[in-house]
Design a protein around this ligand. Structure first.
Ligand SMILES: [Zn+2]
Ligand SMILES: [Zn+2]
Length: 792
């Protein structure tokens, strides 16, 4: 490898981000840049230590290099110290941990009996926090992790002596709450509950965790304790409401980030549409789908793939001598990007390709350090990787970051972009859009990225499929009383009545009692059907689990399953045993399952009557079947073929949002009767694609159906439903933000430069009807009618 003295591979010194971006644009045919945002450097706003923070604690922080808190840290800490429940929702690396460490540790120092319970979504995060708290070396705190890995021998010591216990919601649910008698001393003295990364508790999992926290509050109350809840969240829309739903308590939000950050020039980049006759576009999907649907050629028009575009950008930045990290979703994708960047560089300057690498998972710690070292010293200039977390925490201060496709949430986007920028130096970040309606919308609506966040963390504690099993768990821990109906909230009484009717609970004068000897088996992360285990056949190793609802989509035979960036191919999905057998393989294609759906309305929960337009929220029964899957080339997105599947239908009672339009209003808007199905279908696809803008979810969490006349509504109707039994909050959020959601949907379609519809606007990878019929211009007309009538 070359020495650090010959860092720059390109001519002259490193260009500024603005110059660099100008050169990248010049290399491109047309101008792919839709927006450039200069995110200015921000000086941090420090605040004095709160007067209540003891000297011992300030000194401990000072030893760690914290001379004073930032303003948001001090504000949240004081709110919590004064007894208010608080959520701190600020950017990555804004120092959220100080905000909960400060009040909780100050209390432990002031009251030698008080205890703190810290919850993290992963064991790794809890271990990090343990190191941080232990590193403060405070007398008598005795922090300890208590999770599935904690040796039996240590558990009793922790229960008795630790005053800062770090755990996760699963351990709280399976271990601590059922064993509350052993924990009574700890719970009786519980002063604070810290919930870190609380935005990860969303959907059905989040709804379960919400009830685990209510069970925790109930046990504390029995022992006379009322702990203060302090939550840390990624930036999101309305964090106070989300935290309130999670804890069941009134929560104050602190959202103004006062930590310092470097300046970033952030470009939004849209790969160009390919001419319709190019080879990647002209790939018909053979008609092999089961289910009786006529398949039509799928991709009429496509964009240049985000991977190719990212590879070109990586080659260009490396040629300029700029240290660049490219984030790509899959490991295979990262390898494709690195390989084609290397090839392009070697063609330009033989040997230059060596300075680009792909980061593969599973490196030893020393290998990772070596890679980080090579990149920081400039021996290596370009790295393509799956995601930030795998790289460890040391890789920051790069000159440019390329993000191949919107990573799903603003929090992840900023986490990835945050790798750019050394202290005092400006850096470049580029988001390269994939062919997806949400990506299309975002790069044409920079305010959705750079303005106030709109995406909210949603959960639905009233989901009866969550509430009933959680009430059963609560009843085992202590008989349920009328007071608990308020604690567990909406639907609790109905759920208890059903448990009584089913013989699980018995009502006595003193409350409702659990009737069985054994505890109910409730998995926080699975719902409806039991979760499906993903097992590597050769080794018997359990790679992970997929919830029952998504298993047909993600684990059908032939599916390419990604686990921590490594790809596996499914050999067999054994539904009876609830497991999928896979082998490690990195094919050149990805797989996309498609389903067909039938839906009937069970009840209407809420509606808006807007003249010719109706907007509804209610329960529906969905029957769906995954019927086939497509294989697509990773590098180009080209469809290789469509293969049939033989999977059973599944029934789902869930929550849906739907809208209806009068046929007259459609005719008046210029949508001819034969075009109505294609118009509604196209609007449905795009609406599903845009829902993650309003609520953190992905396509697999939601489904849709559209029809020119539905028997239950007797009108042209578009349904969008939660793909989880009982609902997960996504449809409800869509209903609550209907006009903003459908406005964004309309704009995403209208702003896509294609003529007849493409994957960036109205085509869906999971459509069971082979994306037929679809009418892009009529979808805009449909949405215009809805938006013109619906109150904002
Ligand atoms: Zn399009
Ligand atoms: Zn469809």
């Amino acid at each position: 490898m070359s020495s650090a003295a010959t860092v720059s591979a390109g001519p002259g010194p490193e260009p500024s981000p603005v110059d660099l971006l100008r050169r990248l644009r010049a290399h491109s045919a047309g101008d792919p840049v839709t927006h450039v945002e200069r995110v200015p450097a921000r000086a941090g706003v420090p605040a004095p230590w709160p007067p209540w923070a003891p000297a011992e604690l300030r000194e401990a922080f000072a030893r760690r290099g914290v001379v004073a808190p930032w303003r948001h840290q001090a504000e949240a800490a004081t709110l919590a110290y004064d007894g208010g429940h608080v959520v701190l929702a600020t950017g990555t690396a804004s120092g959220k941990s100080l905000a909960y460490q400060l009040p909780s540790l100050a209390t432990l120092l002031a009251d030698p009996r008080a205890t703190v319970l810290y919850l993290a979504p992963t064991k790794a995060l809890a271990a990090d926090q343990l190191r941080a708290v232990a590193g403060l070396e405070l007398e008598g705190v005795r922090p300890a992790c208590y999770d599935g890995d904690t040796p039996r021998a240590e558990r009793e010591w922790i229960r008795r002596h630790s005053r800062f216990v770090l755990t996760n919601p699963d351990m709280l649910h399976h271990g601590i709450l059922p064993g509350h008698a052993q924990w009574s001393g700890f719970l009786r003295r519980l002063a604070y509950v810290v919930i870190d990364e609380c935005h990860t508790y969303r959907g059905v999992f989040g709804s379960h965790v919400a009830h685990v926290l209510r069970r925790l509050r109930r046990q504390c109350a029995r022992f006379g304790a009322t702990p203060v809840f302090v939550l840390a969240s990624a930036t999101s829309g309305d964090p106070a409401t989300a935290a309130g739903r999670l804890t069941g308590l009134p929560v104050t939000a602190v959202t103004e980030d006062a930590s310092p950050r470097g300046g970033v020039t952030f470009a939004l980049w849209e790969p160009p549409l390919l001419p319709p006759d190019s080879s990647a576009a002209a790939s018909p999907a053979p008609s092999q789908a089961a289910g009786g649907h006529d398949d039509v050629p799928d991709l009429i028009q496509v964009r240049r793939s985000a991977l190719r575009e990212t590879a070109d950008l990586l080659a260009d930045t490396v040629a300029e001598g700029v240290r660049t990290l490219a984030f790509v979703r899959s490991r295979k994708g990262a390898e494709v990007v690195a390989a084609s960047a290397r090839r392009a560089l070697d063609e330009a300057v033989p040997g230059l390709g060596k300075r680009v690498a792909a980061y593969r998972g599973g490196y030893l710690r020393e290998e990772r350090r070596e890679l980080e070292r090579a990149l920081l010293h400039g021996d290596l200039l370009g790295l393509a990787s799956t995601n930030a977390l795998e790289l460890g925490v040391d890789l920051i201060g790069l000159d440019a970051v390329l993000i191949c496709g919107y990573p799903g949430t603003r929090a992840s986007l900023w986490q990835q972009a945050g790798r750019a920028g050394r202290s005092g130096q400006e850096a470049l970040a580029v988001l390269v859009a994939r062919d997806d309606p949400l990506d299309t919308y975002l790069i044409h609506h920079p305010e959705a990225i750079f303005g106030a966040p709109v995406e909210a963390t949603v959960l639905d504690p009233a989901n009866p499929y969550v509430l009933a099993p959680q009430l059963a768990c609560a009843a085992v821990e202590a008989p349920l009383t009328p007071a608990d109906l308020t604690l567990f909230g909406e639907g609790a009484k109905e759920a208890i009545d059903e448990l009584v009717a089913a013989g699980a609970l018995r009502q006595r004068p003193t409350g409702w009692y659990w009737r069985h000897r054994e505890r109910p088996e409730v998995d926080l992360r699975g719902e409806g059907g039991a979760p499906v285990c993903v097992v590597e056949s050769a080794t018997g190793r359990l790679l992970g689990t997929v919830d029952g609802g998504s298993s047909h989509f993600l684990l059908h035979p032939g599916a390419v399953y990604l686990h921590q960036g490594v790809s596996y191919v499914v050999d067999e999905l054994d539904l009876a045993d609830g497991c999928a057998l896979v082998h490690a393989e990195e094919p050149d294609w990805s797989t996309h399952a498609r389903d067909v759906t039938d839906l009937s309305v069970v009840s209407v929960r809420s509606y808006v009557d807007a003249g010719p337009v109706g907007m509804f929220l209610g329960e529906v029964d969905v029957t769906s079947q995954v019927v086939s899957y497509q294989r697509r080339r990773i590098a180009t997105g080209e469809v290789i073929d469509t293969r049939p599947l033989d999977l059973p239908t599944r029934e789902l009672r869930t929550v849906a949002v739907w809208f209806t339009l009068s046929p007259q209003s459609l005719t008046a808007a210029g949508v001819q009767a034969p075009d109505v199905p294609g118009a509604l279908h196209a609007a449905e696809h795009a609406a599903i694609g845009l829902l993650p803008l309003m609520a953190t979810c992905d396509r697999w969490d939601i489904g849709g159906l559209s029809t020119a006349v539905h028997p239950d509504t007797e009108a042209p109707t578009v349904f969008v439903y939660d793909g989880h039994p009982g609902g997960a909050g996504f449809a409800e959020r869509a209903y609550g933000t209907a006009s903003a959601w459908l406005r964004a949907t309309r704009d995403a379609i209208a702003e896509c430069g294609c003529e007849t519809g493409c994957p960036s606007c109205v085509q869906s990878p999971k459509c069971g009807n082979g994306n037929n019929p679809l009418s892009k211009p009529d979808a805009i007309r449909v949405l215009d009618v809805v938006l013109a009538n619906l109150p904002a």
